[in-house]
Design a protein around this ligand. Structure first.
Ligand code: M7G
Length: 338
């Protein structure tokens, strides 16, 4: 079984490196397995210089991340609302020797057998992953803000009468999804594609994953069909699509990253943030945001439920969390459903 803990990846092309290096030989889709990853560096530069912090929306010293709402200080989006997420990246086992050799150590305290130090590694071993959403809408800003959560029990009828009209009115734009499907963005990050318009999909790293190590492996499969909003739309008619995503997605991840299907958590979110059907692939052991029982539906369970009853996701009550300030929560409350 692959030991994902021990592996790290070549910085930017998603292939393995280090003693356990095992280069993928192909994707099975005719693409070269060793695709370069886009370098958005040219446009980045000092884009964050002058970033004006308006509010710290969330911060976790345990997860080593911070979510900031602010305004861009320079560049083409100057003065526009932005969400900036900063996150210290995990340690990479293959760079430990270099870290020990090249870091500056400053002694902090010593007591008996215990001592602590401040360690100052060189810049390239001291990465911070920065994610920028700009221009950020009010809804983006809310998405990242800490809020109390409430569990909702949504019946099929609630979905049709309350949730669906709400989604149609005000869900996040899925332009980024279309950009991926049309190869207008992230084309060089695609790990696998089945171009079939009915059952095909694109598999690529989720933007939460920096692809530097396998401990937090996270990919998403985005289907080519554009009419499927979420789990709620699925019927037996979609079984070939779902089975295809499951099988070819797992095979592609095995080929590229040597992570077998028994080490993968493959699931859909309900509610998703983006209403274009996509499937999450994360490595077991990594507690990806949103992989809890109240939001994640294992693809294998979804397939079985549909095999048993084509109307399963149209009719059954689905439970999910909503934030206190979510307009959908207010709509459900107004209708006496919460
Ligand atoms: P979701 O279940 O709709 O919402 O999943 P969530 O963000 O609340 O989990 C959408 C998934 O797509 C998430 O895992 C996002 O991290 C990922 N994602 C979002 N955007 C805007 C992008 C993007 O531009 N590129 C990539 N590669 N992934 C994205």
């Amino acid at each position: 079984m692959a030991d994902t803990k021990k592996r790290s990846l070549d910085s930017d092309n998603g292939t393995e490196s280090g003693p356990e290096k095992k280069l993928a030989t192909g994707d099975g889709d005719g693409k070269d397995a060793k695709q370069p990853v886009a370098d958005p560096g040219s446009e980045a530069g000092s884009m964050l210089a002058g970033f004006q912090t308006e509010k710290i929306m969330r911060e976790s010293s345990r997860e080593k991340n911070i979510f900031i709402h602010g305004k861009m200080g320079s560049g083409p989006n100057e003065g526009q609302d932005a969400v900036l997420i900063l996150e210290k990246t995990p340690f990479r086992e293959d760079s430990l020797a270099e870290l020990f050799k090249t870091s500056e150590l400053k002694h902090q305290m010593r007591n008996d057998i215990y001592s602590t130090y401040h360690m100052h590694p060189p810049a390239h071993l001291n990465d911070i992953k920065a994610t920028v959403v700009c221009p950020a809408t009010e809804k983006h800003i809310k998405k990242y803000q800490s809020q109390e959560l409430f569990l909702i029990q949504e019946s099929g009828e609630d979905y049709r009468n309350i949730t669906l009209p709400y989604i149609q009115e005000q869900s996040f734009s899925v332009q980024w999804v279309y950009n991926i499907l049309e190869k207008k963005a992230e084309a060089d990050r695609i790990v696998f594609e089945d171009p079939d318009p009915q059952n095909g999909f694109v598999l690529l790293p989720d933007f939460k994953w920096d692809q530097k190590q396998l401990d937090d492996l996270y990919l998403i499969a985005i289907c080519h069909q554009r009419e499927i909003k979420s789990l709620r739309d699925l019927t037996q008619e979609h079984l070939p699509l779902l089975q295809n995503i499951q099988q070819q997605g797992q095979e592609a991840i095995m080929k590229r990253y040597s992570v077998p299907s028994c080490r993968l958590r493959v699931y859909l979110h309900y509610q998703p943030s983006y209403y274009h059907l996509h499937v999450h692939f994360t490595v077991l052991g990594y507690e990806a945001p949103g992989c809890g029982v109240e939001r994640a539906h294992l693809l294998s369970d979804v397939i079985q439920n549909l095999q048993t009853d084509t109307q399963h996701y149209r009719t059954r009550t689905l439970t999910y969390p909503l934030r206190a300030d979510d307009a959908l929560l207010h709509k459900l409350r107004e209708a006496g459903r919460f």
